[in-house]
Design a protein around this ligand. Structure first.
Ligand SMILES: CC(C)(COP(=O)(O)OP(=O)(O)OC[C@H]1O[C@@H](n2cnc3c(N)ncnc32)[C@H](O)[C@@H]1OP(=O)(O)O)[C@@H](O)C(=O)NCCC(=O)NCCS
Length: 162
């Protein structure tokens, strides 16, 4: 029903409009956006989902960051159009993105989000991984793409070019 493809430059503003629709106003003021400013998302893992008519239904982005100096990927935003939610598309975008990361040999993914949603995909709370404030530490979650990839990884989350 949906076709997933890597996001292209032509998709950018349409995806931004979807995020504006799905998130509260002021989303770009969140501290996680300071890690992304002027940084390109990981194109191969950042996906757009379109229906048979080409209408955008959902999107996910991943960004390169560092955690305690180690490379990691920051998942987000992920959003599904309100009229398409609850059909499994959010899960499909997350799992497809993670699978692409695994195929590429990526090590670890983190995000700031609702644990009750993301635990079903294998995310769990990251202790001692510090997002720029203000961030609720309970919402800082990680997923080991390669086994044990978060073991011993801690510290500040910083921009890839910091
Ligand atoms: C979160 C989001 C991407 C999920 O997409 P989706 O296609 O509706 O998700 P799925 O169909 O794969 O999964 C739906 C399930 O997730 C649950 N769920 C969705 N958001 C949740 C949340 N924030 N916390 C807990 N559970 C959540 C639903 O209740 C539903 O549960 P069920 O399977 O027991 O019925 C979508 O709701 C969305 O775009 N929300 C607004 C933007 C947002 O909050 N993004 C995430 C930022 S952390």
């Amino acid at each position: 029903m949906y076709t997933l493809n890597p996001e292209t430059a032509d998709d950018w503003w349409e995806v931004e409009a979807l995020y504006d629709l799905c998130f509260a106003p002021g989303r770009t003021a969140l501290s996680s956006y300071r890690l992304r400013d002027g940084v390109d998302p990981v194109r191969s893992m950042s996906l757009v989902a379109r229906d048979a008519d080409g209408i955008l239904a959902g999107a996910i982005r991943f960004w390169p960051v560092r955690v305690g100096g180690q490379p990691a990927l920051l998942l987000g935003p992920v959003a599904v159009h309100p009229t398409r939610q609850g059909e499994g598309l959010g899960g499909l975008l997350i799992q497809s993105g993670l699978e692409r990361g695994r195929a590429e040999g990526r090590d670890r993914v983190m995000l700031v989000g609702d644990a009750p949603y993301y635990t079903r995909f294998g995310f769990s709370r990251l202790n001692n991984v510090i997002m720029p404030p203000p961030t609720n530490p309970d919402r800082v979650l990680g997923y080991a793409v390669s086994e044990g990839a978060w073991d011993g990884v801690s510290g500040d989350v910083t921009r890839i070019d910091a």
